[in-house]
Design a protein around this ligand. Structure first.
Ligand code: GLV
Ligand code: MG
Length: 362
């Protein structure tokens, strides 16, 4: 077992010191782009201000003959484009792939000061994170990168789900996790060809009515992802990291996408992947708390300044715990309002508190 005193020491001479708190910035959507496509690169300047995180995808959905072009395109975007306060992330190829070593080597040494987070697909256990952790430290040292690049694990293998807690606590670089329903379904041999969302075959049904056994029986679709997403939220939040829902593949089904995103938001996820510009406003709407909820939370906090005791507000019992729930809502709303004047107005925060330090995920 590693000496706990060494956990926050760099893993290579001259690598930057690991960070202690994960910065929590607006993270409502991780917008996936394939920078091998020059038309997509041309859209970056217009798109960047509309999303919280822009991700150059190098893994699945990028065909083999475009892998190097996607990497070159990402490096060009990192070097040449000003993304303002939009974060630049990448998803590298899986650790078993012949491309990943060059992905990591080139990204860290050429744009290591621009890329904030590297997504590692198909993580199976802490050993995958340990490998990436040391390698990143070596590359950061080589390139003179001043702050550690963070690591985001995609939860999309059966073993990854079994080893969730160890993955989350494998390194201080762990920024968060995303839920990958497509690979996870395949890895578990689930019988669905959908990417996220429910399935009409996964449902419960009421007992037959004994007096009318042939009458239609009420039946409801269930959520096949609930268990794993909830486990991911626990594993992430237990170490101060951020959980995200991943992709929703049916681009034309805005309502299905919104429902999937909202279920993840309610369980504790901070954002989701957007695969198409149509999904960006959905993520923005869902992962920004509703103004009415924020107004109620503000009311509770104002009515109970010390957060103690039991109170009735609008007929609802409030105590120390509900006060903390309200703090979660208002802290998120304040952070988003600092970025988005429309939200600031909707939440009734008249003065944007721009100079404040970003809150952490803890
Ligand atoms: C995402 O990568 C997924 O497999 O769903
Ligand atoms: Mg996947």
């Amino acid at each position: 077992m590693r000496n706990p005193r060494d956990f926050f020491k760099p893993l290579a001479i001259d690598a930057p010191e690991p960070i202690r708190e994960i910065p929590f910035k607006p993270s409502r959507m991780i917008h996936f782009m394939d920078f091998s496509n020059e038309k997509m690169v041309a859209k970056v300047a217009d798109l960047a201000p509309t999303v919280d995180i822009l991700l150059g995808n190098l893994e699945d959905a990028v065909p083999l003959e475009k892998k190097e072009a996607a990497r070159d395109g990402l490096i060009k975007v990192g070097r040449e484009m000003d993304l303002g306060d939009t974060a630049l992330w990448t998803r590298v190829n899986e650790l078993a792939s012949p491309y990943v070593l060059d992905d990591l080597n080139r990204i860290v040494t050429e744009i290591g000061d621009k890329v904030e987070v590297i997504m590692i697909p198909k993580v199976e256990g802490a050993w995958d994170i340990h490998y990436v952790d040391r390698l990143l430290a070596q590359l950061e040292a080589k390139a003179g990168v001043q702050r550690p690049i963070l690591v985001h694990a995609i939860l999309e293998t059966h073993l990854g789900v079994v080893n969730l807690e160890q993955i989350a606590s494998a390194s201080p670089r762990i920024q968060g996790m995303s839920f990958g329903p497509a690979d996870l379904a395949a890895s578990r041999r689930m019988k669905t060809t959908r990417v996220g969302g429910g399935h009409p075959g996964y449902r419960t049904i009421a007992d037959p009515d004994p007096d009318n056994p042939d009458a239609p029986r009420p039946s409801y679709q269930q959520d096949p992802w609930h268990y794993s997403i909830a486990r991911m939220v626990d594993a992430c939040t237990s170490v101060g990291a951020l959980p995200f829902y991943g992709p929703y593949g049916d681009i034309g089904d805005a309502e299905g996408c919104e429902t999937q995103f909202r279920a993840a938001f309610l369980l504790g996820c901070v954002g989701a992947w957007t695969l198409h510009p149509n999904q960006v406003p959905i993520a923005k709407r869902v992962f920004s708390p509703e103004p009415a909820e924020v107004a109620f939370a503000k009311k509770v906090i104002e009515a109970i300044p010390d957060g103690r005791g039991v109170h009735m507000i609008d007929g609802k019992m409030q105590d120390d715990a509900t006060w903390k729930q309200c703090q979660v809502m208002v802290t998120l709303a304040e952070m988003l309002a600092r970025k988005d004047p429309e939200l600031a107005e909707a939440y009734g925060f008249t003065t944007a508190r721009s100079g404040e330090p970003a809150p952490t995920a803890a």
